[in-house]
Design a protein around this ligand. Structure first.
Ligand code: FAD
Length: 365
């Protein structure tokens, strides 16, 4: 029986642990003693939430600790907010991790942490300090709270481009509102706190109680090495404004367990690397697009240049694979050159149904 050690108890590590255990592997979780250091509210779109619920068989997942919002209000280029239909659920990722930890099969927690043929899955979250990391920009997030009553719309997330960066405000599940300013470059904390207060005051007429400053630059870290594989933010950390982080953490855990289940062959690992690299490149291109078209695009010029350079470094990893794979449910299946998979003959698999490509998944069947 293969023994897998997982470093990190965020959504990626916990999802991989549960899925690998269900495959009959011995799984041990290595959690760092300190909890995630700062409070945060993340917004997760419905397709990612559905995937999470399908994997964990938790249809009521959001009811306990999340808050469902009906809209996004976006001011990309002007001071006028545009309302978009985009259902999303906001929650503190620490609440999610605690709920998933409770759902873990008991065998995972009880498993020994050392073994002879141990394979390590690294799920430690953002890895900006590691030397093999490609950084796309150098932004910081100032995170705070404000009075929910000040929000124009308590059923929506509001995003606005301001002269100091992107302001993000959301009603939180705790009855107040979370605010975040994502700004380019690196500055002293005191300046950043002033910037957050200034921006929230101007747009919402409220002051923010600043809680922390978080490094949040997108990055890509080479996902494999001898005897190890990286998942979640440890491989691809995304721009926080895009709201793709939790969904990506779940998808990369799903793909990683499928690769491990397929026997960790060189072709399967090559597929994993190429998928993660492709995801990063697509994500950074979309992010460049957003920053380039906002009203205050000039403050993002340096970031955009760094993002372009990062794309150039990662693109060579997206090689045409010698063997193509498709993720069918929880399994990696080798495809024919025409794109059909061994187990899917006669049925075309639309990309929107493939969890690897960001769509919904039907994993229970
Ligand atoms: C400011 C900000 C805003 C964001 N907003 C959104 C959003 O709106 N929507 C969204 O989807 N995503 C958002 N994200 C991203 C999202 O939080 C992450 O993508 C997601 O939490 C990644 O999950 P993970 O399991 O990979 O990592 P994490 O959730 O970071 O979990 C990693 C775990 O590993 C542990 N660990 C660290 N080092 C070690 C070690 N050496 N040994 C053992 N354990 C270790 C940590 O304590 C932690 O528990 C945001 C991120 C930031 C920074």
């Amino acid at each position: 029986m293969r023994q897998i050690a997982i470093d990190g108890c965020g959504v990626a590590g916990l999802t991989a642990a549960s899925l690998l255990f269900q495959r009959g592997m011995r799984v041990s979780l290595r959690a760092e003693k300190r909890a995630t250091p700062h409070p945060m509210i993340v917004a997760v779109p419905q397709d990612s939430l559905t995937l999470l619920q399908e994997i964990w068989l938790l249809p009521e997942l959001t009811l306990n600790f999340g808050r469902r919002l009906a809209r996004r209000r976006v001011a990309w280029e002007t001071e006028t907010f545009e309302s978009l239909d985009a259902t999303t659920t906001v929650f503190d990722p620490r609440d999610l991790a605690a709920a998933l930890f409770d759902e873990l099969p008991r065998g995972v927690k009880a498993a020994p942490s050392q073994g002879a043929n141990e394979f390590v899955v690294i799920a430690r979250g953002r890895s900006a300090s590691e030397t093999e990391t490609v950084i796309a920009g150098a932004r910081q997030a100032v995170v705070g709270r404000m009075d929910e009553a000040r929000l124009f719309d308590r059923d929506a997330i509001s995003i606005a481009s301001t002269s100091v960066g992107w302001l993000f405000a959301s009603p939180s599940p705790h009855g107040d509102a979370a605010v975040m300013l994502v700004r380019p470059g690196e500055r002293q904390c005191r300046d950043q706190a002033e910037d957050l207060n200034h921006a929230t005051h101007r747009i919402f007429g409220a002051d923010a109680a600043v809680e922390c400053v978080v490094g949040c630059q997108p990055n890509f870290t080479y996902p494999i090495g001898e005897g190890r594989l990286r998942i979640g933010d440890a491989t691809v950390a995304m721009d926080p404004l895009r709201g793709d982080g939790v969904g990506n953490a779940v998808r990369s855990a799903l793909l990683a367990q499928a690769c491990i289940g397929a026997g960790l062959t060189p072709h399967a690992l090559e597929h994993f690397v190429a998928r993660q690299a492709l995801l990063f490149v697509r994500h950074v291109k979309q992010t460049i697009d957003h920053y380039a078209r906002c009203r205050h695009a000039s403050i993002w010029r340096g970031e955009i240049e760094m993002m372009r350079q990062a794309i150039g470094l990662v693109v060579p990893l997206i090689r045409p694979a010698a063997l193509r794979f498709t993720l069918c449910g929880r399994n990696l299946v080798a495809s024919h050159p025409n794109g059909r998979s061994e187990s899917q003959k006669g049925s075309s698999q639309k990309s929107s149904q493939n969890p690897e490509s960001g769509g919904d998944a039907k994993l229970r069947s």
